[in-house]
Design a protein around this ligand. Sequence first.
Ligand SMILES: [Zn+2]
Ligand SMILES: [Zn+2]
Length: 224
Amino acid sequence: MEILPEIHQVDGVQGNCFLLDREGLVLIDTGLPRNNKKILSCIRDTLKKDPKDLKYIIITHYHVDHTGNAAELRDITGAKVAIHEADADYLGGKMPMPPLQGLRGRILNILLFFWSAKPVNPDILLHDGDSICGLQCIHTPGHTPGSICLHDPALQVVFCGDAFLTKNGIVSGPPLSATPNMAEANTSAKKISHLDFDILLSGHGIPVRPHASEQVAGFCRTLD
Ligand SMILES: [Zn+2]
Ligand SMILES: [Zn+2]
């Protein structure tokens, strides 16, 4: 699905992932495991590019529905994998994911057993304020310690991973069962509400547009 001429969402992958057409291709998140063929076919058939044109894979946080195909895609394309340094050891398999909370969390804990992704040692460690491929990295911890949002000031887009969900186009916070520090997540949400952007692209849900920053600010007002 085309979001803008420069941004495509890969269809049919759970855990939304987005391809940006820059000087090389940039993939933001990779979806649940066993979806790498869908991503490669989007590169070849929709964007008419070669998988080797993929230069960067930027991961918004370490959860498996965002990292599931990073190892295979890096092997196939040679792209560099980037993640915030606070999530790097989870991605690299050096730190175990803490168990999810609540009834929904307990069910997901069982599913996660079957969804494990191959560990990846990242090539690039991101920090708050870094710039990568024309995107500003904003550290938005809470959902995970190293959750990030990526702001494209030129295109007026924010990629938020799970810092916000956008089910049915309605902005909400991250899922309670998978967010160990909701107070921190709320503080992070307010950080994003100070930006000016038109489109919000979440890891789950549909694009929020236009005037997305107003909807984020509206959601943040409900947190007070
Ligand atoms: Zn997540
Ligand atoms: Zn997710």
